[in-house]
Design a protein around this ligand. Structure first.
Ligand SMILES: *Cc1c(COP(=O)(O)O)cnc(C)c1O
Length: 472
């Protein structure tokens, strides 16, 4: 299995970025429960035939959809090590919890955050946002919400974030019992950053109406365009208004690793809680996210619930109780920390900074090429690694453009050429390339451009260089 998987990774570039799962394979993946085993070799043979050839595509150098990392061969092997040990990292004594402690200090150092922060590795940014918001809510609801709940709350706690904020944030607000009524999506400016005047006005209006402004979210890299809110201004405002300041830095937090990009996320270090993913720009195998919380006591207060079976004892395996289980929702927790610890040790923090710089350079390279193509337009500023664009031939009515661009993104994927994704910006359907991919090179973006030209049916630019590259 190990040899096959390494060979599979070595040949990733030889395959199309995506291949639809054929109907006969879908049928084979919908079988009755086997009562008797077919044997390990047979199960593996079916994996090789029916599962392995039809991935989502994100390990491919020409995959730039949504925000998904590309993983590494070393990462796959470190997952094997972790699942071989198979510990429960709930805080029980053993080396794994020290590895996780170490990982939190290293990640905090990489991001310029407090190394004394409390941290927990979670499934990803969605859960990291949830943990950060839950902590912030308990800390700033203005009453003992952990004890009393929202029933009979003296004031409705309110959460603020820009309209470009990832959906995991309003969902967390809903699941925390505040309802959609407790969430204020604030408008953005033309660069997709939160409108500070609108934010101030909304907070003031809420105070007038007797609500309790409680939590403010800042974006270090929005999912649509990679926009970074003015985090310094948000930190100032949160301090002045006594709000919990949570930053969603799912991928954008790692801009801190590049000295030229770092100013985009200045102020992130002042957040009360900082959520980010390791399985995106850090190319750690999925799943791995993290949240750091400046005040360990606030973190503990939000999540600690005791059970006699996890109480700490004077020595042995249970001497710290379940310290990590008291920082999040899971009790049994996997050894996510190992793959992160080993990657940082093996490559060093600077290697990840180089990857961020390289991906951002590639995004600018793509944007420049698209701007030189008369029938295409780049529709949002490129501040990090995301390029949003659309096809807009001169003689075509606006009403037809969404349909044309929908077709383009589907054809690029279904023909296995490249895998951008899509979104809607200002009511317009656009293609979206998000490069969190250590395998991508310029020639891969050239293949996308060639594919686009081919699909729209005519050469669209004056750039001779591009004619030298074949389509994928
Ligand atoms: C991906 C993403 C999330 C959600 O993280 P998951 O790891 O997918 O749960 C939240 N916010 C932003 C900005 C993201 O890009």
């Amino acid at each position: 299995m190990v040899d096959d998987m390494m060979a599979y990774l070595a040949s990733v570039d030889d395959r199309p970025v995506w291949t639809a799962v054929p109907p006969e394979v879908q049928t084979r993946l919908n079988k009755p429960l086997p009562r008797d085993g077919e044997g390990e070799e047979s199960a593996y043979a079916d994996f090789v035939r029916d599962v392995l050839p039809y991935p989502v595509g994100n390990i491919h150098p020409r995959f730039w959809g949504w925000v998904i990392g590309s993983g590494t061969p070393f990462g796959a092997l470190t997952e094997l090590l972790a699942s071989t040990m198979n510990p429960n990292v709930s805080g029980l004594q053993g080396s794994p919890r020290y590895v996780e402690d170490q990982v939190h200090r290293w990640l905090a150092t990489m991001l310029g955050y407090s190394v004394d922060a409390s941290g927990i590795l979670v499934s990803g940014g969605s859960m990291a946002n949830f943990v950060g918001l839950a902590t912030g809510l308990v800390d700033r609801a203005g009453f003992d919400i952990a004890r009393d709940g929202l029933v009979g709350a003296p004031q409705h706690p309110i959460v603020y974030a820009s309209t470009e904020t990832h959906f995991s944030v309003p969902r967390a607000v809903r699941l925390l019992g505040l309802g959609d009524a407790g969430y204020r999506p604030i408008t953005v400016d033309h660069t997709f950053r939160i409108d500070l005047d609108a934010l101030r006005g909304t907070i003031a209006a809420d105070r007038r109406e007797g609500h309790r402004p409680a939590v403010l979210i800042g974006n270090a890299g929005t999912v649509n365009t990679g926009a970074c809110d003015d985090l310094e201004a948000l930190a100032d405002l949160a301090a002045a208004e006594d709000l919990w300041f949570h930053v969603d830095g799912a991928f954008g937090a790692f801009a801190a690793l590049d000295s030229k990009l770092a100013p985009l996320v200045h102020g992130m270090d002042r957040a009360d809680s900082l959520a980010f993913d390791l399985h995106k720009w850090m190319v750690i195998p999925i799943e791995a996210g993290s949240v750091l919380i400046r005040d360990p006591e606030a973190h503990r207060k939000a999540f600690q619930v005791t059970g006699a079976y996890v109480e700490s004892i004077d020595g042995g395996i249970g001497q710290d109780g379940a310290a990590y289980a008291e920082r999040g929702i899971q009790l049994t927790r996997g050894f996510r920390a190992l793959k992160i610890w080993m990657a940082i040790k093996a490559y060093g923090a600077d290697a990840f900074g180089d990857l961020v710089s390289r991906n951002v350079r590639l995004a600018h390279f793509l944007a420049e090429r698209l701007r030189a193509m008369p029938s295409f337009e780049v529709v949002a500023p490129v501040s990090l690694n995301i390029v949003c664009f659309r096809y807009r031939p001169e003689d075509t009515a606006e009403a037809e453009l969404d349909g044309l661009n929908r077709r383009l993104v589907i054809d690029l994927q279904e023909q296995g050429i490249a895998a951008p994704s899509h979104t809607t910006l200002g009511g317009r359907f656009v293609l979206r390339v998000c490069i969190t991919n250590h395998r991508t090179q310029e020639r891969d973006l050239d293949a996308l451009l060639d594919g686009l030209k081919h699909l729209v049916g005519h050469p669209t630019d004056n750039d001779r260089h591009e004619a030298d590259h074949g389509t994928a």
